[in-house]
Design a protein around this ligand. Sequence first.
Ligand code: GTP
Length: 597
Amino acid sequence: LDPKFIRNFSIVAHIDHGKSTLADQLLLQSGAITQREFREQLLDDMDLERERGITIKARAVAINYELDGQSYELNLIDTPGHVDFHYEVSRSLAACEGAILLVDATQGVQAQTVANAYLAIAGDLAIVPVLNKIDMQAARPDEIREEIMATLGIDPDDVLAISAKTGLGVPDVFRAIIDRVPSPSGSPTAPLRALIFDSKFDDYQGVIIYVRVVDGVLRVGQKVRLMAGGTEHEVIGLGRFRPHSVACDELGVGQVGYVHANIKKLADVNIGDTLTESPRGAQVALPGYQEPVPVVFCGLFPATHNQFEDLRTALQKLALNDSSFSFEPETSDALGFGFRCGFLGMLHMEIVQQRLERESNLALVQTAPNVTYEILDKRGETTHVSNPTRIPDAGDIEEFREPVAKVSFILPSDSIGAIMQLCEDRRGTYLKTEYMTPTRAILTYELPLAEMIYDLYDKLKSATRGYGTMDYELIGYRASDLCRLDILVAGSKVDALSIVVHRAHADRRGRKLVRKLRAEIDRHQFEVAIQAAIGTRVVARETISALRKNVTAKCYGGDISRKRKLLEKQKEGKKRMKQIGNVEISQEAFLSVLDDG
Ligand code: GTP
């Protein structure tokens, strides 16, 4: 196929602005799917994704489209829209020459609209701006065009208006892709170079890699080499998703498809690596991607005994299809054997935990999330610590540094004050306010990442009645007056409850924490003291008084079945209990440290 008739593009959008619906509508109007299939949202095929309405893993679909008697191959590379998945967006964009920037005409420009548009601009992509949902009463196309102009400098006349749901205006999108997105350039006779932009693990076929051919031809039977990985393989199958997989014999310049090459482990494939042929290999690899780095960590422990190996198996299975998630064994005095897990952000963490519980049927105890700290010790050595229990004693620390993010909020102007207050309370540094229109503004702050991972997003949503959105970018580590706050229950330190706090907030956090724990920990047969301490200095203390009656006492002895039910219920609740010395602490108690304030 002549690359002149190929277009490779992505759709980027804020969550819920209609990316999946438009992808499906493009498939529908090109005849690739039926009206019935259209309703079933083809591109998001993971259960959890559909439930949460978030596209997590990038995918590619080849669409045949005829325009003015000429047939074209349009490759749509799907991207996730959420703040935690920036790196997946940029790696999908690297395989494209253009991007549809989709904006909900009722909601307007939102935080991920701007963030994703910048990623596309940085990748030198042609941008096709499109307003969606113009079938809705609440659509405000003129105003939103103005917002797009103000934030991204895009000429309002270039902005298309469509309804991905009804299909109105969608033929114009096809025309714009063909007219405005450049066709791929590359040499068909040069040694093969194909960019690996995604991979997945299939139980039957092993590793499947998704590639975009830049130079040369990829053929079934060919010997290929992963340029960074160094391993050699034979291509045993090639194909494209249309959206169902269709095998083919070769992929030429500009084409996008999948490859089976008998690769056993996902870990053998680096996303961003270049596939070349062997022995006539290319000299220079294509520009790769940066490895995604986990920024939020928490401990995950099985709630019941003897499930450590089950948890390991479940984590390994999950990691097969999610290379951005990391885990390593950790031991806690309080919780026993478990794992310290790393995530790209809070949402990523939530998704992983839910998937684990659902797919493996394990009840988990999760410790409060934390960020990675950089510590310069008295000997002049710098280390990164992502587990609060491993933070050295204050006396050994020369400088305690924490990650800082630049955060942009897009807000109704009347909630600027509330959000500024929220940021000030979280040790934020004000940078600027810019107005898109008189009623909508972009507020920019620098915030310690640790202050964002608790409840910032929820607070933003409630302070703006749902109209505020945010996006962030890590900008580096900064020295801060931090310390480790420990929790003692009945005199013993509960390592899993240690947190890192700013010294100025330590007393308040300590008091709040012990008060919360007091409410969460059930009364025992004896008195239980709960203390918060920095080093040896106790900053707060609460006491849970001893219990006098046992649970079944309420049942006036007579009704055996009722008594049994109650005991059973209690056992059920215990699944999520952990024994600390002779005190039982529930999962809620561990999570109560989450609730900052
Ligand atoms: P993520 O996968 O979460 O990023 O969402 P998305 O951007 O893919 O959005 P999706 O296509 O799931 O659409 C979000 C909601 O908007 C769904 O309920 C759609 O039915 C609805 N929607 C999408 N396009 C239109 C449209 O043109 N008109 C109307 N009325 N609703 C639409």
